[in-house]
Ligand binder design. Structure first.
Ligand code: SME
Length: 162
């Protein structure tokens, strides 16, 4: 069954993310390895990247960090723009099953059909986010969401400890 095999894959990738977190020397290294892991192992995660709040920027802006997938024109996103801005300003995960029906959506690729953006918290404050685009509609199930939130937590914890 498709759902069962997705759950199994999610579980396997979750364990690998935990191992990567223990092995990483820096938060940067961890973000890089998580972007690679999710993009390579999860077939529907066609673009995986981190946007981090730029230190000292006023008004605040999200800057593109480690990513895997096609180049994006959106390298700096203010908090009042895009799905990315919505997730960072609300501090909540945003899941969009059909990007063409969401007026907030900033297009990166014509192939993108669905998107999830999960905030990264450092000491309770949003420090950035993990953004994933899929070429498949409604690609992000509850299991996917939990996996991606777990990865964002690993990065947040690592940032707290450096
Ligand atoms: N679609 C995002 C912009 C970033 S790209 O997906 C890489 C948004 O609407 O904020």
């Amino acid at each position: 069954m498709a759902t069962t095999s997705n759950a199994k894959k999610v579980d396997e990738v979750r364990r690998e993310a935990g191992r990567l977190s223990s092995a990483a020397h820096t938060a940067d290294q961890l973000m890089e390895s998580i972007a690679v892991l999710l993009n390579q192992q999860m077939l529907k995660y066609n673009w995986v990247g981190f946007y981090m709040l730029e230190p000292g920027a006023n008004p605040p802006v999200l800057g593109l960090g480690h990513y895997r997938g096609a180049m994006t024109p959106h390298t700096r996103i203010p908090l009042n723009q895009g799905i990315c801005g919505a997730a960072a300003s609300s501090g909540k995960t945003v899941v969009v099953d059909d990007v063409k029906n969401d007026p907030r959506y900033l297009a990166c690729s014509l192939e993108t059909k669905s998107e999830i953006v999960v905030p990264v918290f450092v000491r309770g404050q949003v420090a950035g986010e993990l953004d994933i685009d899929s070429h498949f509609p409604a690609a992000f199930t509850v299991d996917d969401r939990e996996l991606i939130e777990y990865c964002a937590q690993l990065v947040g914890k690592r940032l707290e400890n450096q």
